[in-house]
Design a protein around this ligand. Structure first.
Ligand SMILES: [Mg+2]
Length: 194
């Protein structure tokens, strides 16, 4: 796994992670918002990376819950989440830290059980309170300096897949997963839709 900045204790912290919470714009996407001038659903379109999708499904299959926390509202985000089996989608929230804290409380989890990945100032509180705070390669320097891990990939360009694989590797599960795909005939059919 290649991440540009991984502190020595991060792998230890990774083994406590029960919930991966993700910002959407700039993390699962490259941050682009499509406006057509027509006034319908402005900025509603999103482009997701297919490999991020499989990474999240693999993570969920290994018992790590995934949640999306985004400041905007978009049916495209709901659709992508549904496609991947992500049940927790919190939209229209700029107070990411408060949303994440409430989510942890609901689930009886502590901050050390959370990994949060975001790319901009509204994410900073959530990045800093989480057991593992993560940002992406194209996030501003001051976000990168405060995160535990900075992915080598940019948002919307495989950053989430990189994070998923890093978490699975830290749990000692990535090699088994890869080996399972070497004998693809018996790989989980559900994972083929991502
Ligand atoms: Mg963002």
């Amino acid at each position: 796994m290649t991440t540009s900045s991984v502190p020595p204790d991060a792998a230890t912290n990774a083994r406590a992670i029960r919930l991966l919470a993700l910002d959407v714009d700039g993390v699962l996407t490259d941050g682009a918002l499509r406006y057509d001038g027509g006034g319908n659903d402005p900025g509603g379109d999103r482009i997701f990376h297919v490999r991020d999708g499989l990474g999240l499904k693999l993570l969920m299959a290994r018992g790590i819950d995934v949640a999306l926390i985004t400041g905007r509202r978009s049916p495209a985000v709901e659709r992508r989440a549904r496609e991947l089996g992500i049940e927790c989608v919190i939209q229209g929230r700029d107070d990411k830290a408060a949303a994440l804290t409430a989510l942890l409380d609901e689930r009886g989890l502590e901050p050390r059980h959370a990994c949060y990945c975001g790319d901009d100032l509204p994410d900073l509180g959530a990045i800093m309170l989480s057991g593992l705070g993560v940002t992406v390669a194209d996030a501003p320097d001051y976000i990168q300096q405060r995160a535990d891990i900075v992915t080598t990939a940019c948002g919307g360009r495989g950053a989430v897949r990189e994070l998923c694989e890093w978490l699975l590797a830290a749990r000692g599960e990535l090699d088994d997963i890869i080996a399972g795909f070497e004998t693809a005939a018996d790989s989980d059919a559900e994972q083929k839709s991502y």
